[in-house]
Design a protein around this ligand. Structure first.
Ligand code: FAD
Length: 401
């Protein structure tokens, strides 16, 4: 595996941590300031991304030799968490960009064309979008319809990309594709292209309950580029080793941030209510305890899965093992459900005050945003996918000893 990536994921940040925290805090402040208008308009969180670029946080995970800071995955998760507390759409966009970067950083395969893109991302603070959802295949990331078509000196891809978050605002797209017209649907590659190499034709809009600022519209994606922009390693390996673990850890951090924001509001609500009634707790106060409890479990699960991933990072065989893949796949299901129940507890704690859109303790936006968590790679699809495995495989000794 690429040594620089191993360092990226396993070490602490190469900068002084307080510098990184201060930079992330500045971005979270801006994100929080505009979160309401991003949600209600709905619009891309341009102010937060201007600040993220100003703070050089878009390319921060890129190794120093390619112009980044070499920031660790753990620190990127913390940034996702802080942004999630402030504005879920900003946090999710930031997470999706970092997931794509992690895949590229780890699997460059020494390609100068791919490394050149990483240098540009670091130097110009470019934003990368992700295209995996396609046509009728829906949320099945491990199947692609559209193939890479090869001509004499270039390749093309024409893809019905039914959901690409912030595509109109991104500087590049990282997309899965069928390796060739004669390949099976699961014989996929990952293609990395910058704006000059593709065009987008709108297919459908994005009028949703939550995560409205992600602007996850549908497009026909038309790519014409050099074959060097296809990552050499098979997508199946990139998916298992990097895409799934980093996606589940960073998404989980975003959802934990949303859950934390809702919990904090409910705590403030209980404190205010108690002050106003001479110390008597409001009837819904027990739900605050419940919210804190599920938030603790959620963060504990993320920390434990991160440690497990860091421990085996240099061992692709261990990452691909049934045990780790089950852990990291189920992590997504568990953290998304825990985040949702935390926000629901916060809502019940605040009662009508939390239900209102016009109160300082309103939980509405957090609830609408977090409702996307079980759908983003549908939990039902995940659980059904794991059904046969769970039936056939012995229960690991670590949980059945
Ligand atoms: C906020 C947000 C941002 C997103 N951004 C992007 C993006 O940038 N790029 C991108 O490519 N995609 C993006 N997506 C799409 C996402 O990756 C998934 O494709 C999508 O959430 C799947 O939604 P689904 O439930 O309709 O689809 P499916 O997973 O196809 O599920 C459809 C229905 O069928 C059921 N189902 C499907 N398969 C099975 C199965 N095997 N077993 C049992 N039941 C099954 C599910 O329960 C569900 O009810 C985004 C989604 C969200 C919510």
């Amino acid at each position: 595996m690429n040594a620089s990536l191993s360092e990226t994921v396993s070490k602490t940040v190469s900068l002084h941590p307080s510098t990184l925290i201060a930079r992330a805090k500045a971005c979270a402040e801006v994100a929080g300031q505009f979160a309401s208008s991003v949600d209600s308009t709905p619009r891309f969180p341009s102010e937060a991304f201007a600040e993220l670029k100003k703070q050089n946080l878009l390319g921060t995970m890129i190794p120093t030799e390619l112009g980044g800071d070499g920031t660790s995955l753990a620190d990127v998760m913390d940034i996702c968490y802080s942004l999630g507390q402030a504005c879920a759409a900003t946090a999710m966009i930031y997470a999706m960009h970092q997931i794509k970067l992690a895949c590229i950083i780890r699997h460059t395969g020494g390609s100068t064309a791919i490394e050149a893109i990483l240098r540009r991302v670091a130097a110009e603070q470019l934003l990368l979008a992700s295209s995996t959802t396609e046509g009728n295949a829906g949320g099945n990331v491990r199947a692609s319809e559209a193939p890479i078509e090869t001509a004499a000196d270039h390749i093309t891809l024409q893809r019905k990309a039914t959901v690409i978050s912030y595509a109109q605002y991104a500087d590049g797209i990282v997309t899965t594709a069928r390796r060739s017209a004669t390949s099976e649907a699961d014989d996929q590659v990952l293609l990395v292209v910058l704006k000059e190499d593709y065009s987008l034709e709108p297919l459908q809009g994005w009028d949703t309950l939550g995560m409205r600022g992600t602007r996850s519209e549908g497009f026909s994606l038309l790519v014409k580029t050099s074959p060097e922009h296809v990552m050499k390693q098979a997508y199946s390996e990139i998916h298992t080793q990097t895409m799934v673990p980093v996606a589940h850890l960073t998404w989980g951090s975003v959802w934990a941030g949303i859950a934390s924001a809702a919990t904090t509001k409910s705590q403030n609500f209980v404190r205010k209510a108690a002050r106003q009634s001479g110390g008597t707790l409001p009837p819904g106060a027990a739900h605050l305890t419940q919210a804190v409890s599920t938030l603790r479990s959620l963060r504990g699960l993320l920390q434990s899965a991160l440690s497990e991933y860091q421990d085996i990072l240099d061992d692709p065989k261990a990452i691909s093992s049934l045990n780790f893949q089950t852990t990291i796949t189920l992590l997504k299901v568990q953290v998304s459900e825990l985040a949702l129940s935390t926000v629901l507890s916060a809502m019940r704690c605040c009662g009508l005050t939390g239900y209102r859109n016009d109160s300082e303790f309103s939980i509405g936006r957090h609830l609408r945003d977090v409702l996307s968590a079980p759908l983003m790679i549908n939990n039902d699809r995940i659980l059904n996918g794991l059904g046969t495995t769970t039936l056939m495989a012995p229960i690991p000794k670590s949980i059945n000893g």
